[in-house]
Structure formats: C-alpha cells, structure tokens
Design a protein around this ligand. Sequence first.
Ligand code: SF4
Length: 384
Amino acid sequence: MELPRNPTRAVRIGSTVIGGNHPIAVQSMCATHTQDVEATVEQVNDLARAGADVVRIAVDSKRDAVALAEIRDATEANLSVDLQENYRLASVVAPHVDKIRYNPGHLYHHEKQKSWQDKVRFLVEVAAANDCAMRVGVNCGSVDPAQQEKFPEDDSISPMLASAWEHCELLDSLGYTRYCVSLKDSDPAKVIEVNKRFAAQRPDIPLHLGVTEAGLPPDGIIKTRIAFEQLISRGIGDTIRVSLTVPNPRKTEEIAAGREILEDIAEGRVRSVVDYGRDSLNIISCPSCSRVENENFVELAQQVKEMTAYAAEHAITIAVMGCRVNGPGETDDADLGLWCGPKFVNLKRGSEPLGAFLYDEILPRLREELDAMIVRRNDAGAAG
Ligand code: SF4
C-alpha cells in the first residue's frame, strides 16, 4: 500500500536522509555508560547491524564528550548526540557526530543571563560548521516553563507546540533548515494530538516520532504502535524511535519493533483504534540510557509490573524512571512515580515526594500507596 507522506524538507544525517519522501528512518539510543567506550561501541554497532539508521548517545559532561570522540573513531554508524542542560558541550562533540539533539526546555538551566535565542544561535553556528543536522526535541516532562505559564495547567499540548514553533521560527530566520522536530509524551493519545497539530501548521518540517517512556515490551510496543499507526497512516512522521525498557543486550529489540510496525502499517495490518489506558492500569517506564545510575532499574520496572497486576482494572498510572536527570520531572504527571538513584528509589504521589527507599524496600511501600489510592477512589466513587 502506498502511504501518503507530508511534503517535508529533506534533512541529511550522515549517510541517511529523512524527510523529502525518503523511507522513514528507524533510530535507537545507547543505554551503556558513554564513558565505557568499549561497551558503547559494541552497542552502537549492534544497533547499526540490526538496522538502525541513526544511533543517539547521551553526553552530559566533558568526560562523556572525550569518550564520544573515541566512539566515533570505532564506528561507521550515523551518530546523534543528546544534549541536556549543558548546551555548550555542543562545540566539543559536534565534530564527532552527524546530528545534535537539544531540548528547548533545558536551555534555561545554564547561563541564565543569556537568552535562549542566543543559545540557539550558538548551536546553529556549531551545527553548520560541523556538517550536523539538529533535532528540536520537545518532551512533555521538561517543557520550557516560560511557555507553560501561558496556558492553563491542564493543557499540556499547547505549551509543547508553542515551544516547538518558536524554535522553528528562529531556526528558519537564521537560515538553518537542516533540522527535524520531536514532540514526545508518554500518553500515545497526546503524541497523536500534538504531532497532528504540529504537522497541520508546519507540514514542511520533518518529524521524529516517539512515545517517551513507553515501557516494557509488549505493552511499550503496543502503546507506540497505536500512536504510529494514527500518524504514519496520515503522512506524518519521517523518523521513529520505539523506546523500550529492556536490558542492554536486548536493545536491538527497539529497531526490530520499529521496523515491524512500519512494515505492518505499510501492509495495512493496523489494529482497530483503542483509547489506550483510559480505564485500566497504565505502567510507564523509561527506555533507560547512559544516565541510569543503578542497573537494578530495569528489573525493578519488571517487578513493578508484576506486583501491580492485581490492580489491572484501576485507571491508575505508575511511572518508573531510571535517573535523577529526567525522573523527578517526568513522574509529576503519574498517579504514583518512582525514580531511581544510585542507592535509593524515590517514591512520589503525583508531584508530592513520599520519601526515598532502598531497592529491596520499595515494592511493599509502593503496594501500600497503591492500595490506599484504590480505597480512596472507591470511597469517592461510592460517595459520588
Ligand atoms: S529517565 Fe533518565 S535514565 Fe531514563 S531514559 Fe530518561 S534520561 Fe535516561
């Protein structure tokens, strides 16, 4: 079946081109520690052999940046770097990668006296000088606070769109058009809505699609598939990532899942539309990356899923996140959230912290909170 495709600009990332009617590219991200060069090179090459068109690596420090130079020398894969708060590291890493991903919501952390526009100008200069593409990566858990203030609290979509649009306008005005945009949320329904609205206004800009913290397979694949079916069947999406919580040796499953979803959509093997997770338990967990500080995180995500199975009928969202960089913010929207530090797991009810617990203490504590939440909801239902 010939799928429609939006008339997006072609953007070259190393030897791959996205947009401009090129095949939809499949990406993944390394979950090894970036400074463990041997393990990271092995994972990059595993992913590339499995069919990854681009592999992303997180860089949070100068040491990570030094490691990236060594990784570059040991692989032919197209590399993308994921920058968080420290946007200035771009100048150190750009010579070694094909694409720079920055998050507009993280640009205000460092050098607060400098405007985000100046920071983007710096990134554009660095990208252009080093033959790099860019991704403006907007994420539901870390939206620019200046945009959030402009919209009602219960509208999480409009601030994401406003942030993406203002960055696109600035990049275009600087004459830099070699970029794509991503708008990720852990709720597939929101991923569908935000990307549809973005594409309606800017059908020319290539979109990188993904459901963030989709979680463990098979649920994580199903959530992602639901979003991708709705978008790709309408011509929206030029590159994809399926984010799965899997241990390092199984990371290539992200590529296999992505390719299978694309093939199924092209063949018309799509599921009927389901309003995912509206009235049942929803466990979300991050796909893990080099920022994970305790490897027990992946096992914990699995244990949370097993332990909470008894509550399958309840519309409760539990988020399990691997690190302190994104964990505290991205658990805010869940009913119960866990984010993992090196020794402790932090438990939250909505945005309220409930304390830090040892890895072998957290499951019974989570169960207590979940039971109490079910009782409160049942009582409220009976009273209503
Ligand atoms: S929450 Fe942390 S560990 Fe998990 S993918 Fe995001 S940055 Fe990586």
